[in-house]
Design a protein around this ligand. Structure first.
Ligand SMILES: *[C@@H]1O[C@H](CO)[C@@H](O)[C@H](O)[C@H]1NC(C)=O
Ligand SMILES: *[C@@H]1O[C@H](CO)[C@@H](O)[C@H](O)[C@H]1NC(C)=O
Length: 242
């Protein structure tokens, strides 16, 4: 059984790296394997602002990889596709969502969700541990570009892919390519949808937002929200009692 499993793990890795089945979406050449299609099917069930943000993150990233020979040679395209498309599972506002915990930051919910999804997937469950780890780390750190940029190439590139949706094209992605993606997957609800989600997170699980970059949404928009007493600043600078 162990032999069987390791052969399958090897086989899925080799398949991903050497048999590059590709297709074109919004003019961008992307990897087209069963697991990548299954990730698309999963996110298609989300509201449009969330589905389209995940799709654009993948496509902006794929365009960046396609424009750079080093990235094209070195990036594991399935790892990149799965991580970009599943990075915001923790944004699922559906009551009782299986992806959202009461007590963990949304980035961690996304990372755990993607890892669980892989472990339950008929192909994903045979993924080599380092591929799963890259997906997990990139998603867990996707709100912290100033840290993840210094991780391994895949993690950094995954987060650069996502941030293009907010910050525009980078690293060789032209405005023409960017605009074609944004035309097929419109960005009109990106900021309002993101804003609404962050308010919801600060409202429904405030302790996961205190002392994080989400805290300003609670401070600005959630009545009764206060991080005071819960910040490192309070413990270290001694303001806790005041
Ligand atoms: C390609 O990507 C690598 C890794 O991110 C980067 O160091 C390099 O500068 C890029 N090359 C070009 C021509 O953009
Ligand atoms: C963000 O949400 C707050 C609270 O609902 C709202 O007042 C503000 O206008 C929203 N901003 C955007 C860009 O949607």
């Amino acid at each position: 059984m162990i032999f069987f499993l390791s052969v399958l793990t090897l086989a899925t890795t080799v398949t991903a790296i050497y048999t590059k089945r590709m297709t074109t979406i919004a003019g961008v050449e992307v990897i087209d394997t069963q697991i990548v299609r299954d990730a698309q099917a999963l996110i298609r069930g989300f509201p449009n602002y969330l589905y389209s943000h995940q799709m654009r993150s993948w496509l902006f990233g794929a365009a960046m990889i396609n424009a750079n020979a080093t990235l094209k040679k070195n990036i594991d395209l399935e790892v990149h596709a799965i991580a970009t498309m599943l990075h915001d599972l923790g944004w699922d506002m559906t009551p009782g969502s299986r992806w959202v915990s009461p007590d963990k930051r949304f980035e961690v919910d996304g990372a755990i969700g993607a890892r669980t999804w892989l472990s339950e997937h008929p192909i994903g469950k045979f993924w080599a541990p380092e591929r799963v780890r890259k997906v997990f780390q990139a998603i867990a750190l996707h709100g912290s570009g100033s840290i993840v940029n210094y991780f391994e190439l895949e993690e950094a590139v995954i987060v650069q892919s996502i941030s293009q949706d907010y910050n525009g094209p980078v690293n060789g992605v032209t405005h023409a390519v960017y605009d074609r993606i944004a035309k097929q997957f419109p960005q009109d609800e990106l900021l309002s949808g993101t804003n609404k989600t962050f308010v919801w997170l600060a409202e429904t699980k405030p302790s996961t937002t205190w002392d994080t970059w989400l805290q300003p949404w609670g401070d600005a928009f959630v009545p009764g929200y206060s991080a005071v007493g819960h910040r490192s600043f309070d413990h270290i600078a001694g303001t806790k009692a005041s």
